[in-house]
Ligand binder design. Structure first.
Ligand code: SF4
Length: 237
């Protein structure tokens, strides 16, 4: 377009009341049009992540509907340099009230399982030596299982925790933890007793302690103790 043509073109639009025009990059038949600049998204797992940073990012989280009924966010507890991490389902009433994972009856059983098995096997660890957290950090109403979208939203924090901790092994307690970590539809009975992987970290699946509290689960109790023995020897031998 010549300068004169351009002037007439602009006058025409000015007469129509158009005050602003935008210049589009000229099409070049030889060179392809430049690609739009990629938009840089914040990484899901920032480099140099720490538990403190993850907790700060969670803040007063309202990212899923579980925020509505919670009293306290249950982030996780234990040794930040733990070689073994236990992952449960979600907080119950006691955990919600205290803001700490596994502090109710199921939590006491988990403590006994860890400490008694370790003592019996001659492994010098106690509960504060491991790290314990859940798939979702807020208590689901009526202690229902977390729903897939809640697990997915809150799961980003679990992933970041596991990457920041970099344990030697993970013990998934119950089917919700197994589903979240291993994207499986299989139940605990099929998954337990053998190794799986979350990224490159070995995962042992076993029963959730609240399942073991039911009196008729003697067989499951024996199997859970076996699973724990395998995990403890793998991590601490
Ligand atoms: S469960 Fe997780 S994602 Fe949902 S509100 Fe609580 S901290 Fe946020």
């Amino acid at each position: 377009m010549s300068p004169e043509q351009l002037r007439r073109y602009l006058n025409y639009y000015q007469d129509l009341g158009v005050k602003n025009i935008y210049r589009r990059a000229a099409a070049n038949p030889i060179q392809p049009a430049p690609m739009p600049m990629p938009v840089e998204l914040p990484p899901l797992e920032p480099a140099g992540d720490t538990l403190a940073k993850i907790s700060e990012d969670i803040g007063d989280c309202r990212r899923c509907r579980l925020c509505e009924g919670r009293s306290k966010i249950v982030f996780g507890s234990g040794n930040e340099k733990a070689r073994l991490v236990f992952v449960g389902e979600g907080p119950g009433a006691d955990e919600d009230a205290q803001g700490l994972p596994f502090v109710g009856r199921a939590g006491q059983l988990l403590t006994q399982m860890i400490e008694n098995t370790a003592a019996k096997e001659g492994i010098p660890i106690r509960r504060p030596d491991v790290y314990i957290c859940n798939v979702v950090k807020c208590r689901p109403p009526e202690n229902r299982a977390p729903q897939p979208d809640e697990m997915e939203i809150c799961g980003q924090f679990l992933s970041r925790q596991l990457i920041a901790l970099r344990p030697r092994a993970i013990c998934a307690l119950g089917s919700t933890a197994a589903k979240a970590l291993l994207a499986t539809k299989d139940g605990v009975t099929r998954m337990r007793g053998r190794w799986h992987k979350w990224r490159d970290i070995p995962v042992m699946v076993t029963y959730h302690p609240s399942y073991l509290l039911r009196a008729y689960n003697q067989n499951a109790k024996r199997e859970a103790w076996e699973d724990l023995k395998t995990v403890l020897h793998f991590v601490y031998d």
